[in-house]
Each structure stands twice: as C-alpha cells, then as structure tokens.
Design a protein around this ligand. Sequence first.
Ligand SMILES: Nc1ncnc2c1ncn2[C@@H]1O[C@H](COP(=O)(O)OP(=O)(O)O)[C@@H](O)[C@H]1O
Ligand SMILES: [Mg+2]
Length: 378
Amino acid sequence: MGVAVEVTGLTKSFGSQNIWSDVTLTLPPGEISVLLGPSGTGKSVFLKSLVGLLKPEKGSIIISDTDIVTCSEHKLYDVRRLFGVLFQDGALFGSMSLYDNIAFPLREHTKKSESDIRNIVLEKMEMVGLQGAEGKLPGEISGGMRKRAGLARALVLDPEVILFDEPDSGLDPVRVAYLNQLIVDLNAQIDATFLIVTHDIGTARTVPDNLGLLFRRHLAMFGPREQLLTSQEPVVRQFLNGRREGPIGMSEEKDVAQVEAEMAALEARGGDAHNGVGPKGASGGDAVPPQLDPSPGLPERKAVRRRQERVARMLHEFDEETQAAIRKSLPEDLLAQAESGAFTPTPGQGGRHWAPEANAGQGSSTATAVLPRSGGEG
Ligand SMILES: Nc1ncnc2c1ncn2[C@@H]1O[C@H](COP(=O)(O)OP(=O)(O)O)[C@@H](O)[C@H]1O
Ligand SMILES: [Mg+2]
C-alpha cells in the first residue's frame, strides 16, 4: 500500500513573492487525488516541494514519519526514492532510446544487473502499453507515448507515491481518456498514492478520490470528490464548471461587485446546470458522475474500500448535498454504520478529513480495516 503524505501549514515564497501559505492536506494512502488551480498558482511548486526539490519556509511534509522540510539531505535522499514523478513534458533525454530513458533511474540508483534491469524495464513498458517501442527515440513518438514513457520511468523504482504534473497537457481528448484509464489501472495494480495536477475538468470529475483547489495563494478546499463536486463555494464552482463568471479573472482578481453581477446573470440563465458543455470536460451533467473503474480483468482498487470507510466515518461533517452524494457511493454495511453513529469521530483532524486506520501498517494485506465502534462489540 502507498504511504500517506501529510502536509501541514506549508508556506512557500520566492524572495518577497509569496506563492502559497498555510497549505494543509493529507493524501490518503493508495488513493488518487487531483490538485486544481488557475495557471501560476503554484501547483508545480507544490509538487516540487513534496519531493524536496524546493524548500518551503514554514510547515511540514510528513512521509513515513519523516518531515522532509526539516530532515537531513541524507534522509531526504531516502524518502525521495519513495516517489515517482511524471513531469509535464515527460522530461525524457532526447538522445536516449526509450529503453535507456526508462532504465536510467535503475542504473543511477541501484546496483541491479543489466538482465534484472531489462526485466523491470520491459515489465513497466508493458504496464503502460509501450511494448515494442524500446528502441524509439523520444522525438520519434507521439506526445501520448512520451507521457507513457515518462510514466514507465516513474515506475521503475516501485514508488509508493506518484506525482503527475499535467499529464493531459498537449494531448487530444481521446488520448486523455486512454491516459486516465491507464492511471486508474496502474493504481489498481500497485496501490500507490497518486497526486495529479490537471486542468482537465473531465479528469477531475471522474478519476480522483479526492479533489483540491489552489486559489489566491491558499488551498481553497481539499476533500473527498463528492465534497468539491457538490460545493457551492464560488471559486470551486467556477473552476469545476470552466466558466468566466466568478471570482477567477483573466489575469488578476475581479472586484466583488463585478462577480456579483456576473453571478446574477448566470443564475438568471439557469445556473451551471444549463451552462451547456464548457471547455476541458466541463458540462452541465450530473454533479457527481461515476468514478472510472479499472479495466476488466484487473483487480479492484484496494483504496476503494479504505476510502469508503474513511468517508463513512466523516459523513456527518459535510453539508446535506455532499452527504447525499457520499451515501450513494457507500456499500450497505458502511452506510448502516455511518447512519447509526457507530463510528468514533476522528479526533483532532482539524478539517484534514483523514486519520490513519486503526490497524494500518501492521502487515495486513486485506483491503478492509477493522472499524472502531463506539458501542462495544456486537
Ligand atoms: N524556481 C523558481 N524561482 C522563482 N520563482 C518561481 C520558481 N518556480 C516557480 N516560480 C514562480 O512560482 C509561481 C507558480 O509557478 P508554478 O508552480 O509553475 O504554477 P502552476 O504550476 O500552478 O502553473 C509562478 O509565478 C512562477 O514564476
Ligand atoms: Mg505547473
């Protein structure tokens, strides 16, 4: 199972330019999370901070009991090996074959023999659907294949956390659909913790378990997909519906009176439900569409049941609309427990909406955790 990434009070500036402040969120182990935000809000800076390439001034990032903001370089080197990163452009070496690109981290960071390396490289290439393309140069293949190659390279050290920086950028909608399916399939196969930065609303609406939105130098919201997809928060609604009306302006912030006038005009036209089909996967369809399942023949994602238990436990913290959406996603046993108040509240989570499972990390490979009950046994 992937590891949790626990970010608390994180603040990052470059000189006098503050990028974001007081970002607090937890990526639950093995779950898929998506981070949204207007261009330039510091999403890439956030990903680079998570792998220790940039140093935030304040706050902590706890991974496997290590705070990578304050730990030694030596320790950071160890923790970094838990990560696989798919950079925006795939970041492949142009003069190296795909095989050598994908083998690169193994040759750099391990003492494996070339025959072991070969097995791993071919296995990962097959996982991402690149079998047979070993000898190709990055310049000879399509953008979609380059992303897959970058992904295969991110997989070779068996990461427990994978970060994707705009994996859909530059791809046509069909390639985005294939890539999204690949991401869900990989998650089912390796059960690692995924964080995806994207502008594609279709992706945001169907792929992740959790959604977050960076806006105006803060994390506006982070939580289960149902929470953001049903949110009435103006900036969340604007982004997830991909429309001009709302607080996010062309270049900078709009004034309050203008936003109010725009919103009134939008509501007069019928609101988002009648907004038609917008860009990047925005649509006036169901607020909470079904989540993408792994391809037939693959195991179920282990994170699904873990997440159901997690959101069932915090069901009553949400507003009515979010609760209704979460109820629809829960199996009967968990729904009954949630409704009867059988779950002990998660103490001291400060809105992080996540607490470690009672039996986490005890070598259990089963997907279901024993649920704490308030009413004793039976
Ligand atoms: N290494 C750096 N030094 C100085 N400023 C940077 C650096 N990296 C990013 N920035 C600035 O941080 C801001 C956020 O950048 P970025 O994380 O790339 O945004 P996003 O990925 O959300 O589009 C931008 O204003 C950018 O210029
Ligand atoms: Mg970026």
